[in-house]
Design a protein around this ligand. Structure first.
Ligand SMILES: [Zn+2]
Ligand SMILES: [Zn+2]
Length: 95
């Protein structure tokens, strides 16, 4: 195989990467808002009870993990959208 053949073979791969690059960036941009871990340690339920957000949690996938209630699950990667107060009311993710 001479240098020209190697160069010709490399072109489609390069083109493929150029075509994929914008999509990779879009994918990375989608992940960005999830990267900073939620810093809020406590929040309140709709009835005003204080709800601690650090502790041991069970993900919908069944995995138990220690950390923040709304962090990504270390097993399935999904973050909970809500947790429940001791009074049973749902506490949504976010302020
Ligand atoms: Zn999970
Ligand atoms: Zn409550």
């Amino acid at each position: 195989m001479n240098i020209l053949q190697i160069a010709l073979r490399a072109i489609p791969v390069t083109l493929r990467w150029l075509l994929m690059a914008p999509w990779l960036l879009v994918g990375a941009a989608r992940l960005l808002p999830r990267l900073p871990p939620p810093l809020l340690r406590r929040t309140r339920c709709p009835r005003g009870h204080e709800v601690r957000l650090h502790g041991v949690w069970q993900c919908a996938c069944g995995a138990l993990f220690a950390g923040h209630a709304f962090q990504d699950c270390p097993v399935c990667g999904q973050a909970a959208g809500w947790t429940s107060c001791d009074c049973g009311l749902a506490v949504r993710r976010g302020p």
